[in-house]
Every structure is written in C-alpha cells, then in structure tokens.
Write a protein that binds this ligand. Structure first.
Ligand SMILES: Nc1nc2c(ncn2[C@@H]2O[C@H](COP(=O)(O)OP(=O)(O)OP(=O)(O)O)[C@@H](O)[C@H]2O)c(=O)[nH]1
Ligand SMILES: [Mg+2]
Length: 591
C-alpha cells in the first residue's frame, strides 16, 4: 500500500517535472534545479517498480548490473563474469550506449517478458540489431552456462557509461538498471576512480543499500595498496555505510591471455554477494531513498502551493475591496441608498393617499413590485443597461476589483522568480476566463436582486403596520404635501413612467424622506434600513465569496496543466502521512 502510494506520487512527479522542464527556458535557474532532481526521481521510480515486480514475480532471475564510467572496462568485466566473449568490447569511448542483458543459464521465455515489463517504454532488440541513434531500447542475449563456473543462474547487465557528455541521453536507462540490480558491480579504472561523476553516482545509489562490489580495473602492479587506501578514504567521505568489497584487477598487456585466473576472485565475490542479495531481495529499502530526497523533490511543489495560497488571498482581498466599495458607494451613501426609497415607494402604494387611492389600487393589483418589469427589460441586455443604482454600483465595484487582481497577477509574473511560470499560467487562465466571470457575476447579481425584492416589500409592510399604530402620524402623513407629490411620482414609477434613478432623486421623494426621518416614525425607519443593509451586505458577500470567489480561486489549481507541477496539497500530505507513520527510519526532511 505504502509502496504503491509512493510509486504513484513519484511517477506523477517524474512525468510533471519532465513536462515542465520541456517548457522552461533551458538556461533558467529552475530548469537547472529540476534537472538535478531527475536522476534521484528516476532511480527511486525504478526501484519502486522493481519492488512491485518482485512482489508479483518472485521468480525474477537475480540481476547483476555492471556499471561504471566510460572505458572503465565494463563490457570486458561482463565477459569475465559470464566466462565468454558475450559483450562487445571496444577502445572507442562511450561504445556501449544501450543496456544489454546477458541471460546466463536463464530460461529466455520466462525471463524476457519480465524484463519487458520492467522497461515498458523501451523496445527490446537482439544485440546486433540495437539501433545506434535510439536510446529507448535494450538488448537481450542468451548465454550458455560455463562448465564448472560457480555463477548461478542470473542476468548480467552491461550498461552504458554515466559520465560522458552524451550520457545525458541514456542516463535514465543506466539508473533503471542500477535500481533493478540485486548486485551492483561498480567498475572504475585507475584514472577514473576519483572523478566526481563516480562519487555522485555512488552517493545517489546509497539509499538503495544494495550489495555492492567495487572493481578497480587496469591497475599497475605495486599500486594496489595506495589505491585501495585512497578509495576507502573517499568512500568514508561520501557514504555513511561501510566500504564494500574492493577487487583490484591488474592491467594485463594482452587481455584474454589470463582470463581464467582473473575471473576466479571476481566470481567468488559475485557468488557470495548474490547469496546475500537473494536473502534481502524482499526487504524494502526504497523508503530510505524517498526520505533522503523528499524535501528536495517537494520544494517546487511547495513553492507552487504557496503561490496558490497567495493567489487565493489576493482573490479574497479583491472581493473584499469590491464589497467595501459597494458598501461605501451604496449602502452607506447618504443619498444613493435607493433601497430605502424603494421601500417608501412601496409604502406609498399601501398608504391610500386621498385622490390617488384608486389608481394605486390598480397598480397593486397589476404589479407587486416594479422590479419584475425591470428584469423583464434588462435580462437580455445585461446589467449595464439595468437602471438600478445598486446593481450599477455593484458591477462597477466588482469590475474595478477584478481588474486590480489582473494587475497584481501580472506583477507576480515578473517578481516571483521560481514560480513565474505558475503565475504566467494563472494569468493566462484568468485572462481567458474574465468575460465568463463577468457574465457569471451579472447573472448572480440579477438573481440576488430578484430574490431580495420581497424583503423590500416586507419592510414596507412593517413600516405600514407601525404607522397604523401611530394614527396621528399616519393622518398627518396622508395630508402632507410632500407625501401627495411623492405618491404621484411613485405611481409614475410603478407604471414605468419614470426610471428608478429619477424617482429616487426627485425633490418630492427627497422631501418625503426628510419628513419621515423627522417624524415619530424616524427611528423605526432607521432600524428597518439598518436591517435591510445588513441583509444586503450578507447576501452580496455570499454572492462574491462563494459564487465568484470560488470560481476565481479555482483558476489557481493547475492539476491538469502541462505547464506546472500541479500536485495538490492533499496528495503531498497523504504520502507524508504514510512516511511519518513508519515506525522505523530517518526523520522526514532530515537531509
Ligand atoms: N590491455 C588491457 N586493456 C583493457 C583491460 N580492460 C579493458 N581493456 C580495454 O579497454 C577498452 C575498453 O574496454 P571496455 O570493456 O569496452 O570498456 P567499457 O567500460 O565497456 O567502455 P564503454 O562501453 O565505452 O563505456 C577496450 O579496448 C578493452 O580491450 C585490461 O585489463 N588490459
Ligand atoms: Mg562497453
């Protein structure tokens, strides 16, 4: 379960990282960092896949991988192990460029499908047919067991080098073989053993903890001891585990002459180590490797998640800004708060003003609330043409906030070095979604306005009930000149004779409002207005936060994009929980 979970994660990260690397400029610092991580990811992925293969196919033959820098004598050593000239040897540097499996005393039909399973993206060839220009292939050849050789049935791998400039093209296959190996045979010649590439490789594979044999090749007589000491010293500097068995192979002027004697100690060492390897085969070593590289692998994922959080906070701040502009320019505006005027217009219909009673009754029968007719007119032409101050202000506030957000995202593209590509992707998506976001807002805003209308009607009714309890105020209101004028206007308004904006700002309405404010009903009107404002603020906040905010914040999730790693926080947390749950091993993030 743990291995499967980690394997899924590593596979996904490997894939995403390769895709991202293909998009990033090769000279960027991030490209360099991600490229440095690829070998450890490739190795771990292969090691986990080998573990899976062993679980499903415990009969997988033992695997010996002969690995080393160019011209170290890898192919020659493979031939020594299998006791015959199976691998092609050449004085041309970087001659071997494909992994080649020599099936020593192994049933081909049984072993080959397993090797193919381990190399799903590679094509298998006969050795002679391996195409030189392609690196996504491996060779397979069967070799007969040698009479009296102690070597058990196994697969011996000859591999390409890992240190030439060209090796970048086939390093992945070398790492796959290193991970597949039950026994790692490292071959270094006397002039290459101190090379950084050798020690980088040894440091990389340390987490696998495989039985290892080191062969110091092409050694001049008399220099063995010095080289051995120097090697051990270097080993202690680079690795934490004890120095493995070291064999020195003397340079023989005519290779081939003394092959049989040379092979004896080599085969003895291989046989002993293979025995050890068979015993430890099912023990997992991979979590150690995962722990070692975890913090480096996930640094960029974390950087993206941080960018995502920052983006979310920017969206929230933008919508907060829209909300406070709406509040300032509409709800708290001394004249512009038209909802109260609408309430009063509705109240005027209920008041039964002498002289206007009959037409008002007709209006009440025909229309419950004029907004219905406004909607009918505005739904198909959009919010811009909706003649209500509230929606116009709301739209202006939202538009301003969304444009500010766009500018902020663009700033991040230029100021965030390691996540510039993430911000670029977010900017593109935001840009592309902008018209749809505005449309969504318009639909939701109209919807809000529509569903809020009955609240205005209720507020008018509650004012009317209150007035009925104050007969003196009600009578003087009915008799007031301001009221009659305003009621006339309200009638016009209700029948569509004037627009809401003109109605709200008409002098008669303004006089009525101040008359009412100073009347005995003043305090009650204030509290009704306060309640209305509170509900409007709440509704508009919900509209902005849930309907619009969540849609915009989702633009920062790049799960399916090839331009970002896009690994969600939950996937990261799941693997970390699994790794932390293990009672043994190193503490996470300890490298
Ligand atoms: N004289 C002598 N030559 C050796 C010895 N070991 C290897 N060689 C030569 O060194 C050259 C390279 O040997 P290979 O076994 O092909 O080396 P390799 O590591 O497979 O090289 P690449 O495939 O190019 O990475 C060949 O010409 C071998 O004959 C040795 O002990 N003595
Ligand atoms: Mg070779």
């Amino acid at each position: 379960m743990t291995a499967d979970l980690i394997l899924d994660f590593v596979q996904r990260l490997c894939e995403r990282q390769s895709e991202l690397l293909a998009k990033l400029p090769a000279t960027s610092a991030l490209a360099a960092t991600l490229s440095r991580l690829m070998p450890s990811l490739t190795l771990t992925k292969a090691a986990l896949e080998k573990q899976q293969l062993i679980q499903t196919h415990p009969d997988l033959p033992l695997q010996i991988a002969v690995i080393g820098p160019t011209q170290a004598g890898k192919s020659s050593l493979v031939n020594l192990i299998v006791g015959q000239a199976a691998a092609e040897v050449s004085p041309l540097a970087g001659f071997t460029t494909h992994p080649q499996a020599f099936l020593y005393d192994v049933e081909t039909q049984r072993a080959v499908p397993l090797l193919e399973k381990f190399f799903p993206d590679f094509q298998r060839f006969e050795l002679k047919e391996l195409p030189r220009e392609r690196f996504d292939c491996f060779g397979v050849a069967s070799v007969m067991a040698i009479h009296k050789s102690p070597l058990p049935s196994c697969v011996v791998w000859d591999t390409p080098d890992f240190d030439s400039i060209r090796s970048r093209q086939y390093l992945g296959s070398v790492l796959r073989i290193a991970a597949l190996a039950d026994l790692l045979v490292l071959v270094v010649s006397k002039d290459k053993y101190a090379d950084q590439a050798v020690w980088d490789f040894l440091s990389l594979v340390e987490g696998l903890g495989q039985p290892t044999l080191v062969c110091l090749n092409k050694i001049r007589p008399g220099t063995q001891e010095i080289l051995r000491q120097s090697w051990e010293e270097k080993w202690r500097r680079v690795r934490k585990d004890p120095c493995p068995l070291l064999l020195t192979l003397e340079y023989c002027p005519h290779p081939g002459d003394v092959e049989v004697q040379r092979a004896v100690p080599l085969l003895e060492a291989c046989v002993a180590l293979l025995r050890k390897a068979r015993d430890r085969r099912r023990q997992t070593q991979v979590t150690k490797l995962v722990r070692r590289y975890w913090s480096a692998w996930t640094a960029q994922i974390r950087a993206e998640l941080e960018a995502q959080e920052r983006f979310k906070a920017m969206v929230e701040a933008a919508l907060d800004l829209a909300l406070s502009t709406y509040r300032r320019d509409f709800l708290d505006h001394p004249v512009g708060y038209e909802t109260l005027q609408r309430t009063l217009a509705e109240l005027l219909v209920l008041l039964e003003i002498p002289g206007l009673k009959r037409p008002m009754m007709a209006v009440r029968r025909a229309l419950t609330w004029p907004i219905k007719s406004l909607f009918a007119r505005s739904a198909d032409v959009g919010l811009k043409s909706t003649p209500t101050t509230e929606l116009l202000i709301l739209r202006r506030s939202v538009e301003h906030a969304l444009l500010q957000l766009l500018a902020q995202i663009s700033d991040q593209v230029h100021s965030q070095e390691t996540t510039a590509y993430w911000w670029q992707e977010t900017a593109c998506r935001y840009h592309a979604s902008y018209p749809a976001l505005l449309r969504l807002f318009e639909v939701e805003a109209l919807n809000y306005y529509h569903t809020f209308a009955p609240r205005v009607e209720e507020a008018a009714k509650s004012l009317y009930q209150r007035l009925k309890q104050m007969p003196a105020t009600l009578n003087s209101l009915r008799a007031a000149r301001a009221c009659t004028d305003a009621a006339g206007l309200a009638l016009l308004f209700h029948t569509g004779g004037i627009g809401p904006h003109d109605f709200v700002l008409a002098p008669a309405m303004l006089s009525l409002t101040s008359w009412l404010a100073e009347s005995a009903l003043g305090k009650y009107i204030e509290s009704v207005a306060r309640d209305l404002k509170r509900s409007q603020l709440q509704e508009v906040r919900a509209l902005l936060e849930t309907k619009l905010g969540e849609k915009i914040a989702a633009l920062g999730e790049h799960q399916d994009r090839k331009t970002c790693l896009g690994i969600p926080k939950s996937a990261l947390a799941k693997v970390e929980a699994e790794l932390n749950e293990r009672p043994y091993g190193l503490k996470l993030f300890s490298i």
